[in-house]
Each structure stands twice: as structure tokens, then as C-alpha cells.
Design a protein around this ligand. Structure first.
Ligand code: TYM
Length: 332
């Protein structure tokens, strides 16, 4: 059976981008067809300026939302990364496999590093080594597939390179994983700035649909989305990024294709109205289930405890094997 691993980091409230690019597929497809693990990767949230209480709150909220979206602990393993020591243990070995040069080439490091500097903050060393920890997350479980949005492609490529390099130098230990992406909405764009990815931590929330936004807020954000000059509705990702983004969202929410949907609209107003309706209908059950689960934190805690125990049992033998393969003397 295929092994699948993916994760979401609690740096902000989960967005429609997280849902359409990753989480919905975990729920609808991945957990049913594989031995899958999904993680709230909290160590990654410490790579940029953070407030400890907020990270703690967002970690619980992310786990609750993943359950609300439909992850079923009977079908998959859901856990918090920092509850399983193997991630950090393996990360060090992979730091001894990766080079400084290949990490400095990572796009997210360049972008987030520049943002931290512009804000007068230091760039944490962990921001540079972050993709190595991500590689450890994936490789610790012998993962075959990593279902992610398009923005994670470069990180999964690095993971593959590290797995191959380690195996060549030290002997076959790691499975070489591959990234998988959804057919539509692999890259959901910001509604106010359709040339940028919809991200959790953008300063301007007007362009970001959060999974916990109420219906009026979702509607308002979609109706105020930046569109392009021109009036006819056409699917052109380069020339008309704002309209293309709305068509992608509508397609993702209704199951159509963005090209076909474009032909059904004469005006931007009608497209926005239908997109807003479709997104409201898509997110309503997730928000309602979240409210129920949030009222029962004991249940969520139990799921995370069980998940961490199962994850530890899977990662431990493989990471031990990597420790021996790289040349470390086994303890007694
Ligand atoms: P994160 O927390 O930024 O995002 C979680 C998942 O959501 C996808 N995603 C998007 N997809 C489409 N459009 C968007 N606008 C959008 N924004 C986010 C991401 O591609 C991702 O699949 N480095 C990862 C977390 C991570 C991880 C891992 C993932 C850590 N270790 C191991 C997979 C395997 C991240 O920052 O995701």
C-alpha cells in the first residue's frame, strides 16, 4: 500500500488555498487509498517571528479544522509534528547531507528572508534549514507520495535529491517520494493581488478567504476581488489572472473545468456571485463541524495522542536505520 505524508504549518488561520490545494484531496482521496499521515507541522511555525501562545492556539485549531474537513482517524494518522522526536532527529542527519548552496536557492527562503529583513527582524537560521526538516518529515515515514499545492514543488524536489544522495553514500534507507498536485486550484491566488499566492500570513486579509470566515465575509471578499480590465469572461491565466483565479475557484468548488465555465458567463458580476455562492456552500459544513469539535477539545487531544503514538512507531525504526547507515555507533 502506498505511504502518503503531508502537513500544514500553524503560522496563521487555514485558508481556502490550503483547503483546495491540499486538505480537500487528503480527505476525499488520499486517506482512502493509502496508508496516510497528516501532520500539523508546528516546528515549522517557529522559523519566523512568532508568539508562543498563538502558535499553540493555531496548532489546536489546525488539527480541529483537519478533522472538521473530514480527516478520519480510523483511516489515517493525524498528529502534531513536535510530538514525534524522529523529525528533529532525522533533520540533523539530512543537514549533514544537504549543502548550504542548495538551501540558499529555495524560493521561499529568499522571499521570507527578504520580508523578515524589510521588517527589521533577523532571519532565523531555521528559515534556511526549514526544507531539510520538511525532507525529514517526509523521509522518516518511507513516503511514496506528498500531496501538496504547487508552491511546495521545490521543497519536494530537494527532498528527493537528499534521499538519493543519502542512499548513494550510506546505503539504501529512504524511499524517494514524489509530489502530487490537484488538477485545479493547485495554486489559489490572492483575491486582491492575483499575481501572488493566497497565503496565511499576508498583511491584507481582504484577499484571503479563511476557512473560518463567516458567510458574509466570504461573500464580501469574493465580490470585491480584483478583476482585470476588459469585460468578457475568458480563461487566460497570464493575461487575466484575476478572472482566471475566480474561474479556478468556481471550477474547484463545482467540479467543472475553468475553460468551460468561462463560456457560461457574460459579466464579471455574475461570475463573482456564483463563485461566492459556491464557496459559501463548500465551506459551510467545515465551519459547522469545526464549531462542534471545538466544543470537545478532549476528543481532539485524544486523536492527536493516538496519532503521535502511531507515527512514532512508524518513524522510529527507519530513523534508527538512518543513524546506523550514516556511521553512528548504536547505543548499547
Ligand atoms: P503550508 O502550511 O504553507 O500549506 C499547507 C498546504 O497547502 C498548500 N497551499 C496552497 N495550495 C494552493 N494554493 C494556495 N494558495 C496554497 N497555499 C498553501 C501548500 O502547498 C501545502 O500543501 N512546507 C509546507 C508544510 C510542510 C509539509 C511537510 C508539507 C512541512 N513539512 C511535509 C508536506 C510534507 C508548508 O509550508 O505548507
Amino acid at each position: 500500500m502506498k505511504r502518503i505524508f503531508s502537513g500544514v504549518k500553524p503560522t496563521g488561520h487555514l485558508t481556502l488555498g490550503n483547503y483546495l490545494g491540499a486538505v480537500r484531496r487528503w480527505v476525499e482521496v488520499d486517506q482512502h487509498r493509502s496508508d496516510s499521515l497528516f501532520s500539523v507541522v508546528d516546528l515549522h511555525a517557529l522559523t519566523v517571528e512568532h508568539d508562543p501562545a498563538r502558535v499553540r492556539r493555531l496548532s489546536r485549531q489546525a488539527a480541529t479544522l483537519l478533522l472538521a474537513a473530514g480527516l478520519d482517524p480510523k483511516l489515517c494518522t493525524l498528529f502534531v509534528q513536535s510530538h514525534v522526536d524522529e523529525h528533529a532527529r532525522l533533520s540533523y542527519l539530512l543537514e549533514c547531507t544537504a549543502t548550504d548552496g542548495e538551501l540558499r536557492r529555495m524560493i521561499q527562503y529568499k522571499e521570507k528572508g527578504a520580508r523578515a529583513l524589510a521588517a527589521g527582524e533577523g532571519v532565523r537560521l531555521s528559515l534556511l534549514t526549514y526544507p531539510v526538516l520538511m525532507a525529514a518529515d517526509i523521509l522518516a515515514y518511507g513516503t511514496d507520495e506528498v500531496p501538496v499545492g504547487e508552491d511546495q514543488t521545490q521543497h519536494v524536489e530537494l527532498t528527493r535529491d537528499l534521499a538519493v544522495r543519502f542512499n548513494q553514500r550510506c546505503g539504501q534507507v529512504f524511499t524517494v517520494p514524489k509530489a502530487t498536485h490537484p488538477e485545479v486550484a493547485a495554486r489559489v491566488m490572492d483575491l486582491q493581488d492575483p499575481l501572488s499566492k493566497m497565503g496565511k500570513s499576508h498583511e491584507n486579509a481582504a484577499g484571503i478567504v479563511y476557512l473560518l470566515d463567516d458567510e458574509d465575509t466570504v461573500r464580501r471578499k469574493v465580490m470585491r476581488a480584483v478583476t482585470d480590465s476588459g469585460t468578457d469572461v475568458a480563461y487566460d491565466r497570464e493575461g487575466r489572472p484575476g478572472v482566471a483565479n475566480l474561474l479556478n475557484l468556481l471550477a474547484a468548488a463545482t467540479g467543472g473545468s475553468p475553460e468551460d465555465l468561462a463560456g457560461a458567463y457574460q459579466s464579471y458580476g455574475a461570475l463573482k456571485r456564483d463563485t461566492a455562492d459556491a464557496l459559501v456552500a463548500l465551506l459551510r459544513p467545515v465551519r459547522e463541524r469545526h464549531a462542534e469539535l471545538a466544543a470537545d477539545p478532549g476528543y481532539v487531544d485524544q486523536v492527536l495522542r493516538d496519532g503521535a503514538e502511531r507515527a512514532r512507531g512508524m518513524a522510529r525504526p527507519l530513523v534508527d536505520r538512518a543513524y546506523r547507515a550514516i556511521g553512528l555507533l548504536p547505543a548499547g
